[in-house]
Design a binder for this molecule. Sequence first.
Ligand code: SF4
Length: 378
Amino acid sequence: MNDIKKILTDNDLDRNADKWLDVIASVSADDVKRHLAGHPGQFTLERLCAFISPAAADHLEQMALIASDLTVQRFGKTIQLYAPLYVSNYCVNSCLYCGYNCTSKFDRTRLTIDQACDDAKIIADEGFRHILLVSGEDITKISPDYLYELAVKLRQTFSSVSIEIYPMETDQYQRCFAGGIDGITLYQETYNRDVYKKYHVAGPKSDYDYRLQTHDRAATAGMRRLGIGFLLGLADWRLETLALAAHGAYLMRKYWKSQISFSFPRLRPALGVCDDFDHLVSDSQMVQMMLALRLCFADAGLVLSTRESAALRDNLIKLCITRISAGSKTNPGGYSTDTQSTEQFSIDDSRNAHEVAQMIQQSGMEAVWKDWDANFTV
Ligand code: SF4
């Protein structure tokens, strides 16, 4: 099977390809209707082009109905809850859109294992049993051994521990997996090579291909949950969605034992970062993107964080979302102390976990705190 690098290159999905923009622009209302009448949940690039096209913007209601039915069929009326635990805001990279970038001047924090466990206890006391460890990218501060040691402790309470840290080698992922970490989330940020180069000017993250092949290394090490995404706002969202879908389809085919999730991180205000981006994505465009992905990927997890507003999240859990964070603190130590350590970005939905769970119940859905699946697979 071709690797993801070749798939993107051969299909002109790693650049600003007029070819795809022309295909998307030429989609007619009849094309959209024809694809809506087809078998839901199946992916081809042509089908996805139809659903993300300007023509499909007039069919969002019907897309939402089909997406909602498909999500209930595959996932039941359940929404899984998770909480992020930021363990460090040290970073060696220079992403121009992020407040943690190495040129930002602020007092950096790295939690000790005990401090991280203090934060985790508060998260567990709220009811969460799925935790996501997050940090800036600095292996000297958060090493695979640190993650191993922390995960061993957390697995005494949490049924699933996953990481959003930095790209690792396969043996480093194996070390994490041995400690009980069962999944990774890692965003390509942008699939467009030129745009990637513009925003990642220094540090190990400037290596596009190494980042792109991260999920292969993680899956090879045994990781059962693979989260992918791009940062909404850096490049044309429609082209990015095509590349993201190609990446997801590739991972699903090759690592069929792992569950693939799409996340939708939208650019948010951050310390010392300008908000002058060329491709900011509106609410309705983001909704169209999510519905389009659901209509092409029946079994993919769709994840939404507290970056988004309460109103938007409340609506989307009824349509296609399968997992959301709640009550999130995006600064290290944010749960257990009053420290004002710098957060990575400002959240929008500031409701606590129980308020979010209540909203889920009131929507006729069930909030799932414990991830039973992880108990069967690890
Ligand atoms: S996005 Fe991640 S890698 Fe880039 S500066 Fe922020 S924390 Fe570091």
